[in-house]
Design a protein around this ligand. Structure first.
Ligand SMILES: Cc1ncc(COP(=O)(O)O)c(C=O)c1O
Length: 314
């Protein structure tokens, strides 16, 4: 799965601290904290028919992440929403748009990691692109293929996964392994060897649970947020399960559980719900690779939700 250049994005205007600049001219200072140390937080948002889905949940996570990193100035919700609206209007965007929102600690007076060198406030970047859900091409065919990465996801005592920061090297290392193996993405384990998430998305399986009890039933299962962020799409799926009487649990999941699952899918703002056809060369489910019924149902419910919910910004 390799994203390609979308001609519709050739003349994008990018918003940097309120200034709208053509994508080819847009830039930030070499003294900016994002360049100096990846010292920034970010969110991915999606625009559906003029509305941003779960906008406030994303802005709250951005604020929590920035507070955890001890940013001294954080723009208010309304200030950020105003910049998003300005960017979408300047690019005449209404639908099928992904917005990458980045808040850096700002420009430093000299290079270095010390936050006291930041004396002029944060940098807010709003990058809006025309972008379909990124895994769509694999959804009509064989589903996504995953391999297990040798790179482990940090627990909170190393780097709290609930800080949604810009140090993506761990994920990029895992993605490099997936690329080398010809897979779409990499499954990442936590330090105990249980599934954490992929390099970019949360993971769900559907299988009989409990495996050894008298009356197992098909249950949607996802790892606890021990070594992955509290995902917003993940939470939507948990809520959809609860609202529609679909059995669902959060628990430790090992690779053996994944290999033996009837269905597997990933979740994230960038790719929504995407079914997985193969993990480490093993086909998921008994049938020929096909999207399973529970995944199909949840995708339908999620589509209904994105159609009706969201904050109008256009
Ligand atoms: C590491 C990681 N996992 C999973 C996700 C998906 O989370 P969400 O559903 O909130 O987009 C993201 C999204 O930014 C992420 O960075």
């Amino acid at each position: 799965m390799l994203q390609t250049f979308n001609e519709a994005n050739r003349d994008l205007l990018v918003n940097i601290n309120g200034d709208l600049v053509h994508r080819d001219q847009a830039g930030i200072s070499p003294f900016d904290s994002a360049v100096q140390g990846g010292d920034a937080v970010w969110e991915g948002l999606r625009l559906y028919n003029g509305k941003i889905f779960t906008l406030d949940e994303h802005l709250e996570r951005l604020r929590r992440s920035a507070r955890a990193l001890a940013f001294t100035q954080i723009p208010t919700r309304d200030e950020i929403v105003a910049e998003i609206k300005k960017t979408l209007a300047a690019n005449s965007m209404t639908d099928g748009v992904h917005i990458r929102l980045t808040l850096t600690r700002g420009v430093k007076v000299t290079s270095g990691m010390d936050p006291r060198l930041n004396q002029s406030g944060p940098t807010l970047i709003v990058l809006a692109e025309h972008k379909r859900p990124v895994y769509d091409d694999a959804q009509g065919g064989e589903g996504l293929s995953l391999i297990t990465s040798s790179v482990r996801r940090f627990p909170p005592d190393c780097m709290d996964p609930n800080i949604h920061h810009n140090n993506l090297i761990q994920s990029i290392m895992a993605k490099v392994e997936a690329n080398a193996a010809g897979a779409d993405d990499a499954l990442m384990l936590d330090q105990r060897g249980f599934v954490a998430e992929t390099n970019a998305t949360h993971v769900f399986i559907v299988s009989e649970h409990p495996a050894h009890a008298g009356k197992p039933e098909m249950v949607v299962q996802t790892p606890r947020t021990v070594a992955c962020p509290e995902g917003i799409t993940r939470q939507c799926v948990l809520d959809l399960c609860a609202d529609n009487s679909i059995p669902c649990v959060e628990r430790d999941i090992s690779l053996t559980h994944v290999y033996n699952a009837a269905e597997c899918f990933t979740t994230g703002t960038m790719g929504e719900l995407s079914w997985v056809g193969r993990v480490d060369g093993r086909p998921i489910g008994d049938a020929a690779p096909a999207m399973g019924p529970v995944t199909q149902r949840l995708r339908g419910l999620f589509r209904e939700l994105t159609d009706r919910a969201g904050v109008q910004v256009v």
